[in-house]
Design a protein around this ligand. Structure first.
Ligand SMILES: NC(=O)c1ccc[n+]([C@@H]2O[C@H](COP(=O)([O-])OP(=O)(O)OC[C@H]3O[C@@H](n4cnc5c(N)ncnc54)[C@H](O)[C@@H]3O)[C@@H](O)[C@H]2O)c1
Length: 447
């Protein structure tokens, strides 16, 4: 399967060796030996919101000070930018103009943590300057951006890293290892349901994520995590996607609406009322910064111009012959997921509990059930830090030298970034056009 020709006419092995995959290794290893020998990487961030600060700012400044020097922070919102600098605790210059930062600060490693719709712009600019670049997921939000980024990477001869932290959660690594062991035979289908609750799920509808042009919709913004996991777990490519989606509860469906929660006349009767002023950190970052860009972090979940889906179902066909039925629901009383892999020799079942109105007793339940055999409970390594422990592992892999990981735990590159986004882009398009969408019809992968 690993050298099978996919429908874009590119073998998986060729793709891995050209577009990224194993070639990425670690970002330090991917760099020229001279960069490895440098005492410190000249590190800059574009997009200084919560993710830029909390994942790629403060922990990096705190834990990797011996290998990383912050040389610049950039964000169009000058107030958020200064609040971010203070929060990260660095003394580097700040820039509202990205190009000025690149000219003056001369980073050799850029982290892109902007609103999703702008990742491609900064990836291309960094590649054109010949520097290493990492991006938060999703790598891009539409097929045009995807083509532009892949072509720019090929031209530059550099490698993008896409920071898919979910892969690094020990429970997800465990699933990968169980599937690789062949325990349940050849995988024929996957059942995958993701549940977002009335707190976390609703929050996507308060923020910029509620607009397709900013997030690509939750098919891209959120589901890219899940599609990347499946591509990686199965070691396969998506080939075709058929999907349905609706906006059934948020947006225009609300019984009333306002611009945002703070001045809302309906706050006493709205179940989704959310008081941002109770969180001083969010006040510093967003409320105080509103006067610079007008962005309301506590937007009304019932705004009538919300144009993403809150209820999504898809069927995905993969290059190894497996199919997946996948769903996301965003106003549930529970947060977490169920995934099951059906194989020729048995089934792997996982239920992950993130938040629910009862005590499930454990964070995840995992079982291997053998055909004509017994059910075996798998002990799942649990970690409580960011994203099941995945965030810290990923940071170590990027910023520590000589971190040994098996080949399947190497850093994901543009290929993984593209394939996961394209699954969601195809799903969105299938909802809009009412027909199956072939991945190979969306993007031409550079060879
Ligand atoms: N891997 C994960 O688990 C995870 C978790 C959260 C967020 N993220 C990703 O991180 C990124 C940032 O998300 P966030 O939650 O920090 O959002 P945020 O709204 O807190 O921050 C986004 C920042 O981008 C800036 N921005 C807006 N337009 C811009 C432009 N044209 N150019 C440059 N910057 C611009 C905003 O001013 C803001 O400071 C997103 O891509 C998101 O998908 C990933």
């Amino acid at each position: 399967m690993s050298n099978q020709q996919n429908e874009s006419g590119v073998t998986r092995r060729e793709f891995v060796s050209t577009a990224s995959g194993a070639a990425v290794g670690t970002i330090l290893a991917a760099s020229a030996p001279s960069l490895r020998a440098q005492a410190k990487r000249r590190y800059a961030i574009v997009g200084t919101g919560v993710r830029g600060i909390g994942m790629w700012g403060s922990p990096i400044a705190r834990r990797y000070a011996d290998s990383v020097e912050f040389v610049g922070l950039s964000d169009p919102n000058p107030i958020r930018l200064e609040a971010a600098k203070k929060s990260i605790g660095v003394s580097c210059p700040t820039f509202t103009n990205f190009d000025e930062m690149m000219d003056k600060a001369k980073p050799d490693l850029l982290m892109v943590t902007t609103v999703d719709g702008y990742h491609s712009e900064y990836l291309v600019k960094a590649l054109n300057r010949g520097i290493d670049v990492m991006t938060e997921k999703p790598m891009v939000i539409d097929e045009k951006q995807c083509q532009t980024v892949l072509d720019a990477e090929k031209r530059a001869g550099k490698k993008i890293v896409v920071t898919f932290n979910y892969r690094y959660a020990p429970k997800h690594q465990k699933i990968k290892e169980l599937l690789m062991s062949g325990e349940i035979g050849k995988i024929t289908s996957v059942d995958f349901s993701w549940y977002l609750d009335t707190s976390h799920g609703a929050d996507y509808f308060r923020r910029w994520h509620a607009y397709r042009e900013k997030s690509g919709s939750l098919w891209v913004h959120k589901a890219t995590h899940h599609f990347d996991l499946v591509n990686w777990w199965l070691d396969a490519d998506p080939v075709q996607v058929t999907a349905l989606g609706s906006l059934a509860n948020y947006g225009k469906n609300g019984p009333f609406r306002h611009t945002n929660c703070r001045p809302c006349p309906h706050k006493t009767k709205c179940e989704f009322y959310w008081d941002i002023t109770r969180q001083p950190r969010l006040v510093d970052l967003y409320v105080n910064a509103e006067k610079a860009d007008g962005y309301l972090r506590d937007g009304c979940v019932f705004r009538s111009d919300i144009d993403i889906f809150d209820t999504m179902n898809a069927v995905v066909k993969y290059s190894n012959g497996a199919n997946m039925s996948y769903s996301v629901n965003t106003f549930m009383p529970v947060e977490g997921y169920r995934v099951a892999f059906n194989g020729t020799r048995g089934r792997l079942e996982v239920r992950d509990y993130e938040r629910q109105p009862w005590d499930p007793g454990e964070e995840s339940e995992m079982y291997v059930i053998r055909n004509f055999g017994k059910r075996e409970k798998i002990t799942v390594p649990t970690r409580t830090e960011g994203h099941g422990g995945g965030d810290a592992v990923l940071q170590d892999l990027i910023f520590k030298k000589n971190v040994d990981v098996p080949p399947y735990m190497q850093l994901p590159g543009s290929r993984a970034g593209a394939m996961s986004c394209l699954t969601g882009i195809a799903a969105r398009k299938s909802c809009d056009d009412g027909k199956p969408i072939r991945i190979a019809d969306l993007v031409k992968i550079p060879t």
